[in-house]
Write a protein that binds this ligand. Structure first.
Ligand SMILES: [Zn+2]
Ligand SMILES: [Zn+2]
Length: 348
């Protein structure tokens, strides 16, 4: 622990910038002590998300120097902090339990958003890998109330880690897109989140059209059973009831809106988007088409998603990197060289 001077390996964002400038450094950090209500978790696998890339490259302003990214961590509880004074309720995970640490790391619990069930909009919300050190490290601490218990379910850790952000955010985006039962869904961009969301939508009976520039991603989409896969700027073969924009490309907003049927909804899933060009009211919004954003997720989203996919035979197309190659994983993600999901496997 800190007092004993124990140290651990962690990746840190030293100077945010393009991946070519090597913004990440592998450093030694003190093993954190779990504070009241916190858990110390040894990381087995951590997924690599596009948000980690935004943090490394500085698209999201750093909230502390030397922050460790990573918010799809699957690991085991190795220490439990003291019970906070006055906190009631069921005890959280205990030593030895398998758990997941995701993006939402904390909220105030008392503001109007928190009280109304919209904790994802809490102005005091904190995030793993941005406000707290994340899972690109051998261990991390997390607030036990924001950690997902992951009882063994036969799914490997490398297939479970990507569910914690790519999966949960895709789930929320699909809810926000208000896809009617059996409806026609367009997915713009086909990375980690989209390939999981496609499988969720297909399991719910949707017809899915994928629109993305990457040839390999189109092939993966067709393998997973989508109805069509074309270029991002092509029109889908039929009008869409709902669409989700996963690519962080504002230019695609009018393209996707124009592909919607009357009354359709476009949800923008990303935390970062390049500028949206001027919209034309008649072409893009009239006839009650709706444009909406997706902001993080609530813990309820996470619980509901993990429960829904527990019995689904998800094909998680993952590319595994050793812990020492976290910067290479992010560089590959930046250069669109990852088809599916990149994960850091700390077990090897
Ligand atoms: Zn709040
Ligand atoms: Zn993420």
């Amino acid at each position: 622990m800190v007092g004993t001077g124990r140290e651990t390996d962690a990746w840190a964002v030293e100077r945010p910038g393009p991946m070519a400038t090597r913004p990440l450094r592998l450093v030694r950090k003190a093993v954190p002590d779990p504070g009241p209500g916190e858990l110390l978790i040894e990381v087995d696998v951590c997924g690599v998300c596009r948000t980690d890339l935004h943090l490394a490259e500085g698209d999201l302003a750093p909230r502390a120097p030397g922050r460790t990214p990573g918010h799809e961590a699957v690991g085991r509880v190795v220490a439990v902090g003291p019970r906070p004074v006055g906190r009631s309720g069921a005890p959280g995970p205990g030593i030895g339990d398998r758990v997941g640490v995701a993006w939402l790391a904390g909220t105030c619990g008392v503001c109007r958003y928190c009280r109304a069930g919209h904790e994802n909009l809490c102005p005091e919300s904190r995030y793993t890998g941005w406000d707290r050190d994340g899972g690109f490290a051998r261990c991390l601490t997390a607030d036990a109330r924001y950690v997902y218990p992951l009882p063994p379910d036969g799914r490997d850790d490398a297939e479970t880690a990507p569910l914690l952000c790519a999966g949960i955010i895709g789930y929320r985006a699909l809810q926000r897109a208000e896809l009617p039962p059996g409806g026609r869904l367009g997915l713009y961009g086909f990375g980690a989140s989209a390939h999981l969301t496609a499988q969720l939508a297909l399991a719910r009976g949707a017809t899915v059209h994928v629109l993305t520039r990457a040839e390999q991603a189109r092939r993966l989409a067709l393998e997973l059973g989508v109805a069509s896969a074309g270029d991002a700027y092509d029109a889908p073969p039929e009008p869409l009831d709902a669409a989700i924009l996963f690519a962080p490309v504002g230019d695609l907003v009018p393209v996707a809106l124009a592909a919607l049927d009357r009354g359709g909804t476009l949800a923008v899933a990303g935390i970062h988007l390049t500028d949206i060009p001027v919209l034309n009211y008649a072409d893009h919004l009239f006839q009650e088409r709706t444009l909406r954003s997706v902001t993080a997720n609530t813990r309820e989203d996470g619980r509901a998603y993990l429960e829904e996919v527990a019995g689904l035979p998800l094909k998680v197309h993952s590319v595994s990197y050793g812990f020492a190659d976290a910067d290479r994983a992010l560089a590959d993600l930046a250069a669109d060289r990852v088809t599916g999901v990149a994960v850091l496997d700390l077990r090897v």
